[in-house]
Design a protein around this ligand. Structure first.
Ligand code: GDP
Length: 602
């Protein structure tokens, strides 16, 4: 019996309380043990399978084995092999590119051009997906708050874009977010089409933009490559039909299909609460047909589809694959990026939602720890640099995007991101209370900050940072995290000299002569950080490869005249600051370098 291992079965995740019970430890001693490992855990904190295994290993508990309990299929795992009667479906297209290169204008122009029947006043509400018709065929466009949002969707295990249209302004060329978009499309295995935009502009240079793109791995078809590039003007509505033609052509080559005679399934692409309607959720159907009155489950939330509308708000009874729809009827808000699936009846939907809830190790809030978080925490446990944040966003999707994107900032394990809380809606008094005294930053994304709240924050020394552009928010977070890093000492090589004679030792210096072999010899070098400071130059003295000591250059001479520097090949004299411990001799080699304390970058 003694040899028998105790088996703990974990269905997705386990709370600290449950784990303590299983291990026969008191909750406080488990929390205490975790604390020693640098993990601050609460009794109800959920730990995923990997984390629980790691903890058991770290705590050196023997005779215990943990196993993943097989729950019913998690909805997020569902994928289908297509049957032979799968039907053609519209392509799902995302438009990405550098800020100001014209993504919004392109989408707006297409929308106005192709959806003339849209009601007067057009679409004012933020929509995350819509469908156009071109040549009698449908194309689904996804509008995204940023690439990070996409990365977040990808993290949630979904592959939803068939084609990425990368918008590049012909008068600006490839920029950092263009490169990101290319990387994203490649990693998501999506087909790329480039829209070279703003060709109406005076500075537009199509060949140069193409050359720029080919430098980044996108070879234009015209030049024998495989990337379709369409010159357009989103603003002047030029060549947009050609772009749509190319999207359809690409879709044809991809043979995009889906089964319709299976239970409906797809993805949650947006969700928020609305007064009078309750939950309003945007879904993209990827398989089957979704109809009003059906039951669906997404993560731990389920719904009876009460109303369903297309992106213009027009009621719709049935949605086929690649169709974006807005539905009501979810009892609680599902998460952005969650997969949904139809269930035969309410009982099954509820049961599946519960199973998913147990299995969910969704890392939205820090109350759920994943093994990645854990490792990070362990690494920083000693010098525990915490960046505490509260995140508020206009809709759940943006909160999730911000959280996921923040988590993707790689701090090389040196800073721990601590998400104190997240929520949908404006910044409130409670947020400020929570942030006060704890160096917690409140990030708002597309929300407002009432005047009394900003006053309260100012009084309590709480920083509220409100953004409309996700990149700006992320940049701010990144630089705040950088501020938490210790400065590091950076050495840079300056040159090497061979000593050809030691002339004399003065009161404060030793004067030697030699030849510069590489680089240069100088007493000071301007800091390469561009900070406008001159850095002293030091030298490491080597004799037959053995390090003798370190000296500092005092001045440099050439033919007895003081000069700023001697360059490779030149011979001259160097005065080193006198250091009695380091005696310089004939044939020694001195390697010059600068040393600077620099702020670390992430
Ligand atoms: P986004 O940040 O990529 O969504 O870029 P926007 O669509 O907001 O466009 C940024 C600016 O470029 C706006 O002032 C647009 O009017 C302008 N713009 C977009 N497309 C074109 C175009 O084809 N021609 C010209 N001349 N301006 C454009």
């Amino acid at each position: 019996m003694e040899d028998q291992e105790k088996v703990i079965q974990i269905a997705g995740s386990i709370t600290v309380d449950e784990l303590a019970n299983e291990l026969g430890l008191s909750v406080t001693s488990l929390i205490g043990e975790l604390f020693k490992q640098g993990i601050v855990a609460t009794i109800n904190q959920r730990l995923d399978f990997d984390t629980a295994s790691l903890i058991i290993e770290e705590l050196g508990i023997s005779g215990v084995k943990i196993e993943k309990k097989n729950t019913a299929t998690k909805t997020s795992d569902i994928r289908h092999e297509l049957s032979d009667h799968a039907v053609e479906r519209p392509p799902v297209v995302a438009v990405m590119g550098h800020v100001d290169h014209g993504k919004t204008t392109l989408l707006d122009t297409l929308l106005n051009k192709k959806t003339v029947e849209a009601e007067a006043g057009g679409i004012t509400q933020h929509i995350s997906a819509y469908q156009l018709e071109h040549e009698g065929r449908k194309i689904t466009f996804l509008d995204t708050p940023g690439h990070e949002a996409f990365a977040a969707i990808r993290q949630h295990g979904a592959m939803l874009t068939d084609i990425v249209v990368i918008v590049v302004a012909a008068d600006d060329g490839v920029k950092p977010q263009t490169v990101e978009a290319i990387k994203f499309a490649q990693s998501a295995n999506a087909k790329i089409i480039v829209a070279i935009n703003k060709i109406d502009r005076e500075g537009a240079d199509i060949p140069r933009t193409m050359a720029d793109l080919s430098q980044h791995g996108l070879q234009p078809e015209e030049w024998g490559g495989d990337i379709t590039m369409v010159p357009i003007s989103a603003k002047m509505n030029q060549n947009l039909d050609k772009l749509l033609d190319m999207i359809l052509l690409t879709a044809d080559l991809e043979e995009l299909k889906a089964d319709v005679d299976i239970p409906a399934e797809g993805l949650v692409i947006e969700s928020h609460m609305e007064v009078g309607k309750g939950s309003v959720v945007n879904l993209l159907v990827t398989g089957g047909e979704l109809k009003t009155g059906e039951f669906i489950v997404a993560g731990s939330a389920y719904a009876k589809v009460r109303t369903m509308a297309d992106f213009r708000g027009k009621p719709k009874g049935k949605a086929t694959p690649s169709t974006p729809v807005t539905i009501t009827g979810f009892k609680e808000l599902p998460n952005f990026g969650d997969r949904f699936i139809e269930c035969p009846d309410e009982k099954t939907a509820r049961k599946q939602a519960l199973l998913n809830a147990q299995g969910e190790s969704d890392a939205l809030a820090s109350s759920n720890v994943t093994s990645g978080d854990l490792l990070r925490m362990m690494n920083v446990a000693d010098n525990s640099k915490m960046f505490n944040v509260i995140i508020k966003g206009d809709v759940l999707g943006s909160v999730t995007s911000v959280v996921d994107s923040l988590k993707m900032i790689d701090t090389h394990g040196e800073v721990t991101l601590n998400i104190v809380s997240t929520g949908v809606g404006d910044i409130t008094e409670n947020d400020v209370y929570m942030a006060a005294g704890d160096n917690t930053v409140i990030y708002g994304f597309n929300v407002s900050v009432p005047t009394n709240i900003s006053k309260m924050a100012a009084r309590d020394g709480v920083s509220i940072r409100n953004y409309k552009v996700i990149y700006e928010l992320l940049d701010d977070a990144k630089s705040s995290m950088e501020d938490l890093l210790d400065a590091e000492t950076v050495e840079e090589e300056v040159g090497e000299m061979k000593i050809k004679g030691v002339f004399r030792t003065e009161r404060t210096s030793i004067i030697a002569g030699g030849e510069v072999l590489t680089g240069k010899a100088a007493a000071t070098i301007p800091s390469p950080t561009g900070a406008g400071v001159d850095l002293p130059v030091y030298g490491r003295v080597y004799r037959n490869k053995e390090l003798i000591g370190e000296v500092q250059v005092d001045s440099v001479q050439k033919e007895k005249i003081a000069v700023n520097e001697l360059v490779a090949g030149e011979t001259g004299g160097i005065a080193f600051k006198l250091d009695k411990k380091v005696v310089i001799e004939l044939d020694d080699r001195v390697k010059f370098f600068t040393r600077e304390l620099r702020k670390k970058k992430l």
